[in-house]
Design a protein around this ligand. Structure first.
Ligand SMILES: Cc1cc2nc3c(=O)[nH]c(=O)nc-3n(C[C@H](O)[C@H](O)[C@H](O)COP(=O)(O)OP(=O)(O)OC[C@H]3O[C@@H](n4cnc5c(N)ncnc54)[C@H](O)[C@@H]3O)c2cc1C
Ligand code: FES
Length: 290
């Protein structure tokens, strides 16, 4: 989460925070059958040069004439020129951006929200748990940790998805699996094709790693059910709720704490999240209906 002593990057927007700036789609890459990654270039040079963000933050992407969607930044925070978003096609905006393709111009507001902790993990083990598209907001943190590998002790990524074909960043996952700086375990619900890796839900992978509760920071991003199961399992392993971070999703409108659209108990997901310390939301999490 954006540490209290860090200054949040100033959002790149038009004259007010509601107004997107134009950004050109430079490249489109299919990640799987329903998910693609776009590389963007903010058209205005001054806005582009001033654009900074932290792992875990998101932008509001606007498909002209269609609407806006909150999308996490999925690229390396230390190469801001290479600004990427990884998008699953679920509705009108995500479909329209895909249809525009390379060369298309969309609107961008952001970055918004809190980020994964970077200062608080000094000397700690880091365990990241991602499910499906949830790997997209985690990927910038993986890059950050690879750039600052001395910062943390052991770095573990546990990733789960429905089938091998559902994986996103598949070539990179294989690269990370070969990289001794990271411990990467990938599981699938259904082993199709020639999959020989683990089968089962991602939380089962917890049985394959040793968790030193006192010295471990956990970062979780996935569907609601995974966030819930993973957070509770780490608590059962005696990891303190202050050391567990969860990235949440809620329908967004403004993105900066003005409209109340993303209310989650007493919090706004766009401003107080999307990355929350579990200790701060455990009481809301416990109420299923919220
Ligand atoms: C902070 C944040 C970061 C996000 N990052 C990404 C990302 O990196 N990549 C990505 O593909 N998506 C991401 N999303 C989700 C994305 O914003 C929504 O899926 C968005 O609604 C897509 O817009 P659409 O017009 O294509 O679909 P819509 O027409 O808005 O929705 C299609 C379907 O998805 C459901 N839906 C809409 N919003 C949400 C939501 N927030 N949670 C659960 N279900 C929802 C709708 O009820 C509907 O059934 C993120 C959301 C948040 C809040
Ligand atoms: S989206 Fe408006 S307050 Fe969060």
């Amino acid at each position: 989460m954006m540490a209290q002593n860090e200054t949040a990057p100033v959002p790149v927007c038009g004259p007010d925070t509601w107004m997107p700036v134009p950004a050109r789609i430079l490249h489109v890459k299919d990640e799987n059958f329903n998910t693609y990654t776009i590389r963007l270039r903010i058209e205005d040079e001054i806005a582009r040069n001033g654009y900074r963000w932290a792992p875990g933050q998101f932008n509001m992407l606007y498909a002209p004439g269609v609407g806006e969607a909150a999308i996490s930044i999925s690229s390396d925070p230390e190469t801001p020129d290479n600004l990427e978003h990884t998008i699953r096609v679920v509705g009108s905006v995500t479909r329209a951006i895909k249809k525009m393709g390379k060369g298309g111009i969309i609107g961008l507001r952001g970055p918004f929200g809190t980020s994964w902790p970077t200062e608080g993990i000094k000397g700690k083990n880091v365990v990241m748990v991602a499910g499906g598209i949830g790997l997209a907001p985690i990927r910038p943190m993986i890059y950050w940790l690879l750039h600052h590998r001395h910062h943390a002790r052991r770095v573990v990524l546990l990733y789960g998805c429905r089938s091998p074909e559902d994986r996103i960043f598949a070539p990179e996952l294989e690269e990370w699996e070969r990289n001794s700086a990271l411990d990467v375990l990938v599981t699938v619900d259904n082993a199709t094709g020639n999959w020989t890796g683990p089968v089962g839900v991602v939380t089962h992978l917890l049985g394959r790693i040793r968790v030193d509760a006192e010295h471990t920071t956990v970062m979780v991003c996935g569907p609601k059910i995974l966030n819930r199961a993973a957070a509770w399992q780490f608590l059962q392993l005696h990891v303190r709720p202050e050391q567990v971070y969860v990235s949440l999703e809620r329908n967004m409108n403004c993105g900066f704490g003005e409209c109340g659209h993303c209310q989650y108990g007493s919090k706004f997901v766009c401003r107080d999240g999307p990355v929350f310390r579990f200790a701060d939301i455990a009481h809301i999490f416990a109420k299923e209906e919220i």
